[in-house]
Design a protein around this ligand. Structure first.
Ligand SMILES: *[C@@H]1O[C@H](CO)[C@@H](O)[C@H](O)[C@H]1NC(C)=O
Length: 320
């Protein structure tokens, strides 16, 4: 979704939980929590929000150019057309009832919008602190609905960086977890799989090639560019190659409270040597010894660079 400067995605709520990643610009979000506490925050590129089911909220583009963000819902049957919208509700409620509800005369509501506004040009908002509601009974939410994902200290791997955000560091996000990965040219998002949920991938920058192993002798390779979406069903083995000459930036998103993956490299090194070699190198003892030497001290290297792998043994490499 893109919102120009001052443009509002109107006050609404829905059945599904909403998770979003800000791709460009800045955006103001407002929400109300389950205990009646209000939340308001300004977000920039690389920030997230998460609104649980039913939590009412609004979005407004800020700055010169507004904002663009990626919206994720925790149910594939979600429709952006089926949200509960403030103006839509009031347009379908008798004025007499609205008047009673707000303890005012019906004339006050004569000029309410006749149908939903959905997305519309609003007035320019002031500073966050000036906009905060001030009524006597107004209270600030004790929940944090937003999170600065890109500002997280990344896990440095030999071939790039990974940031993981799930309910361990963003507690409200109980149904969506995600990893943000930067894969340097020549590096590989290592062979792995995810045990808790299907992966929904979004490619932010660069060019990728993903190969998915689906068991029963099936594997297939797909290419992606910025703006593409991919899916890797739960537990299917896969890897991501950067096939461009700039860093590849992507999100791996899951319907789960925790991010989890299994690394093939780590699995090998954490399995008895004889077991591994009997499987893969029964007919080539020399190669088996080299392989074991590479994996025997496994350290998880989610994005691995063959030139400077964390666990390679320099002297062995020179022998090759
Ligand atoms: C807004 O967009 C214009 C045109 O692309 C660009 O020149 C300008 O730097 C942008 N402003 C901000 C604050 O990003």
């Amino acid at each position: 979704m893109r919102l120009d400067s001052g443009v509002i995605r109107e006050l609404h709520w829905h059945q599904q939980a909403e998770w979003a990643y800000v791709l460009e610009g800045s955006v103001r979000v407002t929400a109300l929590d389950y205990e009646g506490g209000n939340f308001i925050d300004d977000l920039n590129k690389g920030d997230l929000w998460y609104f649980p089911s039913g939590v009412p909220h609004s979005l407004q583009g800020l700055g010169e150019n507004g904002t663009e963000f990626l919206l994720i819902f925790d149910d594939g049957s979600f429709s952006e057309e089926s949200t509960f919208i403030l103006t839509d509700w009031l347009a379908h409620t008798p004025k007499s009832v609205i008047a009673e509800n707000f303890h005012l005369a019906p004339e006050v509501f004569k000029h309410l919008p006749k149908s939903e506004k959905y997305i519309f040009q609003g007035s320019q908002p002031g500073a966050l602190e000036d906009e905060r509601p001030h009524g006597r009974n107004v209270k600030k939410s004790k929940y944090q609905f937003t999170h600065k994902m890109l500002a997280q200290e990344p896990k440095k791997t030999s071939g790039g960086e990974v940031r993981i955000t799930d309910s361990t560091n963003f507690p409200i996000s109980k149904t969506v977890s995600a990893a943000h990965a930067v894969i340097e040219p020549g590096a590989l998002r290592e062979m792995h799989w995810h045990p808790v949920a299907d992966e929904w991938s979004y490619f932010i920058r660069g060019k990728a090639r993903v190969t998915i192993f689906a068991a029963e002798g099936n594997a297939r390779t797909f290419n992606y560019v910025a703006g593409d979406v991919g899916i890797v069903p739960k537990n299917m083995g896969h890897f991501v190659e950067n096939i461009g000459d700039e860093p590849l930036e992507m999100l791996e998103i899951f319907r789960s409270d925790q991010f989890r993956d299994f690394s093939l490299f780590q699995w090998m090194g954490e399995t008895p040597r004889r077991m591994v070699l009997d499987h893969l190198f029964a007919d080539d003892k020399e190669a088996g010894d080299k392989f074991w030497d590479a994996v025997r001290d496994p350290s998880k290297d989610e994005i691995t660079d063959p030139e400077k792998s964390l666990s390679h043994h320099d002297d062995d490499n020179e022998e090759l």
